[in-house]
Write a protein that binds this ligand. Sequence first.
Ligand code: NAD
Length: 465
Amino acid sequence: MANILCIGAGYVGGPTMVVIAKHCPQHRVVVVDTNAERIAAWQSDRLPIYEPGLDEAVRVARGRNLFFSTDVNRHIAEADIIFVSVNTGTKTFGQGAGKAADLQFWEKSARQILEHSTTSKIVVEKSTLPVRTAEAMEYILNARGTQGVHFDIISNPEFLAEGSAIGDLERPDRVLIGGRDTPSGRQAVQTMMDIYANWVPAERILTTNLWSSELSKLTANAFLAQRISSINAISALCERTEADVAEVAHAIGMDSRIGSRFLQASVGFGGSCFRKDILNLVYLCEHYNLPEVAAYWEQVIKMNDYQQSRFVSNMVSAMFNTVAGKRIALFGAAFKANTGDTRESPALEICRELLAEHAAVVLTDPHALENARVDLGDAAKRVTFEPDPYAAARDAHAIAILTEWRQFAELDYEAIFKDMIKPAFIFDGRNILNHRRLHELGFNVYAVGKAPLTHFGTSNSGSGI
Ligand SMILES: NC(=O)c1ccc[n+]([C@@H]2O[C@H](COP(=O)([O-])OP(=O)(O)OC[C@H]3O[C@@H](n4cnc5c(N)ncnc54)[C@H](O)[C@@H]3O)[C@@H](O)[C@H]2O)c1
């Protein structure tokens, strides 16, 4: 039996430990966080994050071998293995501001571990970190000299995607474990492998050196985001040429070298990770004097920003070059379906840009309105939050689909159309609706990477999204 601790009860720490505890009843798993409200929510029936399957998984293990606490120091002292899953956002100050990873929470955790440890421990990097962070961690943790206490650092990045976190954790494509090639390093890697072996097939557990493991996480996110920016770049060309981006994606996706996933044109990627991890990669490349490599990856972000501002420009130009005072219903605040997370959500960026155009914005989302209100900050005062999409669309000039919630595809658009100001516009930023049918109902339909379907003459039909 091992005492497993996770510092950070967020979108990663929480679900990851829930699944470890579920499959390892022989181990005691404690998740700690300095945010008392978050811990209280993990202890309650109203969990702090929305994730399909999470409630059920929590019910299996909580109170049995899974515990949540704010007493960080006590649990550090008791732990054999400490996962650190704290936030590692982009630095907003000082050197590297706007690009480098902000490692203050990570380093604070390391120092806290050092201060409260009286026995040797394995410290696991679960947070996404710049390559070679483990070197600094080893230095800090082993700075006190041995005194009978030794720390082995393991890199074990998390590849779950929000919205499918529990399925991803239950059936991971792979688990990556990076460690030192020393006797205690190899032992630490083996201990980690033994934990995951409780439910993950052996062939899906990969071991590498520390630096490959750290860099693989940044690289995975950069490649995933690059695919989205690549298909979005093609969507812009489709709109000018009457090619259909869905047809192009399908045609290229059938090539087994390319593959069909992550080829959905949209308003772009969001979430807390892609942007910050690519910026971190760009910063690392600049640091190692590789400006061409940095510029290559930076373009992935520029294309994503372009896709969002292009979406708003096309809305404005389609609606006779002004949206000032017009009610616009934004369907979706979450950065993707099946999560309540609105961090870096394209929906919120589009919301801000429409507010700058003086539109009267109404935001609806089945699970993300509370987070949207917080993340919008001051701008929230000028937004109407409306849980019912039918009410949001009533008396609106336009609807924009910004999150691919299945519910939005299943609404009664005939009823919605009747209650809207005419001419009524629909901008499908996720390409989830039946555009031909909407056009037949009377909507002017603009989808990403497709020719618009309008009821105007050619003068207003060529802008596209
Ligand atoms: N969100 C994702 O989909 C995802 C996926 C893979 C990897 N990651 C990475 O995992 C890490 C965590 O991401 P997240 O989305 O869970 O972040 P999060 O902000 O939801 O959670 C981090 C938590 O750590 C807590 N914390 C910070 N410092 C602390 C300290 N010293 N002691 C105790 N608690 C502390 C915060 O209060 C917060 O609740 C990041 O490095 C991220 O890049 C995230």
